[in-house]
Design a protein around this ligand. Structure first.
Ligand code: PLP
Length: 427
């Protein structure tokens, strides 16, 4: 391995990783020439694969024109065109687009828009945002307050407003059938109970990942859940916010995962698949009826310096063009079904695989000590960490979430780019 000086960089830990040299399609190479299959699209980001020529060309063209225009000084064509495109893809009525640079920023924006809408419409006693446990909504303090994942939130608890959480619908752990409508009702009704317990007049919004991401491991909703959640929100005047940071952009086989259940949220956010690794980009898309009162009452008191960056928006636009030109969402559905079947076959052979789940190319398998009880693997066995390293050594990148002591289950996300072929799956 190439010798490298001590790093001045730091992220979560001191662990060093190989130095990336280049990436093309579904593959990445380190500076020693070792090749990796990107089986998780980074962190479910690089949905259309690496170094897509059309995206790079569109970015180059934009860079030759301008790479920054401050939003209070200029409008830019890429931002305007991308907003138009997103509004056309979003559910009916969600027509107002607000750009940010990532998922946490998008979630913060949604929380603040919801709150400002309540204030603007004379509902200022509403401030509680209900979310689920487990869940992940981002690492900034507002988004973290909605995140249901104690290992990440605990140190910051004294600094955050505590927000109510309901259990995520992990039917596989509770011994329930996700295909049974009674299961969907069982979990959705927990939202109604929470609203009643908190006092409906104080509840601002409910935030939900239509297909759970990193914290629940590609968890699709049980039958009827999304529709019932939506009905409950309407009944109590609670805004429904879809966190599509991981699912938005086609990975589940539809541009927005919520589309699978024809549910219309009041606000939705997306990020990872929008910039698809080419540029830091995210967006909040809100219904006109939410945005207009806020603008009427003096404006949205929120915004980021890099919002609507023309280079990032040019990348986002080109990413969507590629998704559409190459029918990548259809591929995510069909190749995702093949991959899921393959993982289910693995489950027949390996008794430590307790569950295989997901939608399209947002898939996961879960390791358990005992399939009957779904008890998690004992932490001291170290098997989970070893598996991550073995895969890495063999040149396969999968996204792991070792969540310890049964916090959220020990799962691996298997989420190759939407350009993956049957040959890649075999590999
Ligand atoms: N929401 C969801 C569902 C996510 O999966 C993530 C990131 O994994 C975020 C929010 C936060 O996004 P970011 O890491 O870009 O801030």
């Amino acid at each position: 391995m190439t010798q490298r000086p001590e790093s001045k960089l730091f992220y979560q830990s001191r662990r060093r990783r190989p130095l990336l040299d280049q990436a093309r399609g579904v593959y990445m190479w380190d500076v020693d020439g070792k090749r990796y299959l990107d089986g998780s699209s980074g962190a479910m980001v690089c949905n259309i694969g690496h170094s897509n020529p059309h995206v790079l060309e569109c970015m180059r063209r934009q860079m030759d024109k301008s790479s920054f225009g401050y939003r209070l000084h200029f409008e830019t064509e890429p931002a305007e065109q991308l907003a138009q495109k997103l509004a056309s893809l979003a559910p009916e009525g969600l027509e107002k687009v607000f750009f940010v640079s990532g998922g946490s920023e998008a979630v913060e924006s949604a929380i603040k828009l919801a709150r400002q809408h309540a204030v603007a419409t004379g509902d200022s006693q509403r401030y509680k945002v209900i979310s689920r446990y487990p869940s992940y909504h981002g690492c900034t303090l507002g988004a973290l307050a909605l995140t249901g994942y104690a290992p990440m939130t605990a140190p910051f608890d004294p600094m955050m407003q505590s927000m109510p959480k309901i259990p995520a619908p992990r039917a596989y752990l509770d011994g329930l059938d996700p295909e049974d409508e009674a299961t969907g009702k069982f979990y959705a009704d927990m939202l109604e109970e929470a609203i009643l317990q908190e006092g409906p007049e104080t509840v601002l919004a409910f935030m939900v990942e239509p297909v759970g991401g990193a914290s629940t491991g590609a968890l699709p909703p049980p039958k009827g859940y999304m529709q019932r959640i939506s009905e409950i929100c309407r009944r109590y005047g609670v805004l429904l916010i879809h966190d599509e940071v991981m699912t938005g952009g086609g990975r589940t086989g539809a541009f927005f995962a919520g589309d699978h259940w024809q549910v219309e949220p009041d606000i939705l956010v997306l990020s990872k698949g929008l910039g698809a690794g080419y540029a830091p980009l995210g967006a909040m898309i809100a219904h006109e009826r939410i945005v207009e009162p806020v603008l009427d009452k003096g404006g949205f008191i929120h915004g980021y310096t890099y919002a609507g960056n023309p280079l990032a928006c040019a990348a986002g636009l080109a990413v969507i063009e590629e998704i559409e030109a190459h029918q990548m969402m259809a591929n995510a559905s069909s190749i995702g079904a093949e991959l899921k079947a393959g993982l289910q076959q693995l489950m027949q052979r390996h008794e430590l695989i307790g569950d295989v789940r997901g939608k399209g190319l947002l898939l996961a398998f879960e390791l358990v000590a005992d399939r009957e009880t779904m008890a998690p693997l004992p932490r001291e066995a170290g098997a989970f960490d070893k598996l991550v390293e073995i895969a890495y050594d063999k040149g396969l990148i999968i996204y792991s979430r070792r969540t310890r002591g049964g916090y959220t289950g020990d799962h691996f996300l298997v989420c190759p780019p939407m350009i993956a072929t049957a040959n890649h799956l075999d590999e």
